[in-house]
Ligand binder design. Structure first.
Ligand code: F6P
Length: 365
């Protein structure tokens, strides 16, 4: 294997807070300490597909103090356009992986650092295998569903945003004697809902991993009322299903995404309890904000470790956080393993022990 002198970096999939901190860390360490050139590829793999190629050489001397703090991704990203099944304007789908690999070669890159989630890594790894690309992954996802790492860039900031939303909702709920329903993201995992619900003092938390019977939530609200409480806070993860198993989806451009279950839950709770309900859908506020300190730290540690992995002559690895340290694991693990909420884990136990309804009627005794 040839020596590394020039690496590419891209962000792929949905954005989140902390991506820029990771790009900054990779560039400072690779360029500042190793003398490598770092090429920022724009809009994920789309930057390698475009002609002319879309990229910029990242110069750490031109970084302002703002990058570490900034939400979103300065490189841009995409969560569309699987290179192997690429949607064309005429409706057909074709394999464009060869063009992306050719773009990578035109940039003269010796390795690639991809910042993404499980879906992005499945595509990037296939490209790497086909093109002989030395690839190292940095996990990011507000959903925190990548199984091989305890946490991913962006999750902590999303939880903080959802917790802050509950802090805003509680006083207005109490002022108006209302039940407030907060719908949060997380795709098929309930991590954001569970963590923010506990941290924000929710009375009920509904997550996709626990099928809910709203009669239990209504009973919880009635019990609170009987004890003199005039409001309630309910957190609903976006992929929670109706009692008949229906998932709420909304069209978003070419694709559909989760959304709307909060309205359904609120209407049902109003019917069942007679309480006035209101709904807040937090949506992309969970993604675009300023990264909290924890995400800046994790992104920085991941960025440095990703460069170290390449410098040690290794690739096809994912950097990960486990037992208070940064490690790296086979990239394949990030694709193969999925982290749903552990129903036997400490947060479910904590929620139940605090008397929070998880919609299944199970209570701690
Ligand atoms: O995977 C991150 C995520 O924010 C999910 O929590 C959410 O379901 C989805 O992306 C929304 O995607 P989009 O930005 O395409 O609406």
């Amino acid at each position: 294997m040839s020596e590394i002198r020039r690496i590419g970096i891209l962000t792929s999939g949905g954005d989140c807070a902390g991506l820029n901190a990771a790009v900054r860390a990779v560039t400072l360490h690779a360029s500042g300490n190793r003398g490598w050139t770092v090429v920022g590829i724009q809009k994920g793999t789309l930057g390698l597909l475009s002609r002319p190629l879309q990229y910029e050489v990242l110069d750490p001397n031109r970084f302002t103090g703002e990058l570490l703090r900034r939400g979103g991704t300065v490189l841009g990203t995409t969560n569309k356009g699987d290179a192997f099944d690429y949607p064309m304007p005429d409706g057909s789908r074709i394999d464009r992986s060869g063009e992306i690999i050719e773009g990578y070669r035109q940039l003269g890159l010796d390795a690639l650092i991809g910042i993404g989630g499980d879906g992005s890594f499945a595509i990037l790894r296939r490209l790497a295998q086909q093109g002989g690309i030395r690839l190292v992954g940095i996990p990011k996802t507000i959903d925190n569903d990548v199984g091989s790492t305890e946490t991913a860039v962006g999750h902590a900031s999303a939880v903080a945003a959802a917790t802050e939303a509950l802090d805003h909702l509680q006083p207005t709920a109490a002022s108006h004697d209302r039940v407030m329903v907060l719908e949060v993201m997380g795709r098929d995992a309930g991590h954001i809902a569970l963590s923010a619900g506990i941290a924000g003092g929710a009375d009920a938390i509904l997550i996709p991993e626990i099928p809910a019977d709203l009669a239990h939530v209504a009973a919880k609200i009635q019990a609170l009322k009987a004890h003199g409480r005039n409001f309630a806070l309910v957190v609903v993860a976006e992929a929670v299903r109706t009692e008949t198993g229906e998932a709420m989806r909304q069209a978003a451009g070419e694709t559909a995404s989760y959304g709307g279950i909060g309205q359904w839950v609120a209407a049902r709770l109003e019917e069942m309890t007679g309480a006035e309900t209101r709904v807040a859908v937090l949506g992309h506020i969970q993604r675009g904000g300023t990264p909290i300190a924890q995400d800046r730290l994790i992104a920085s540690a991941f960025g440095v470790h990703a460069v170290d992995v390449l410098a040690e002559g290794r690739h096809d690895r994912l950097v990960a956080w486990r037992n208070r340290t940064v490690i790296d694991v086979p990239l394949e693990d990030a694709i193969r393993t999925y982290a749903a909420v552990d129903l036997e884990g400490p947060l479910v136990h904590t929620a139940r022990s605090l008397g929070i309804s998880l919609g299944d009627g199970v209570a701690m005794t």
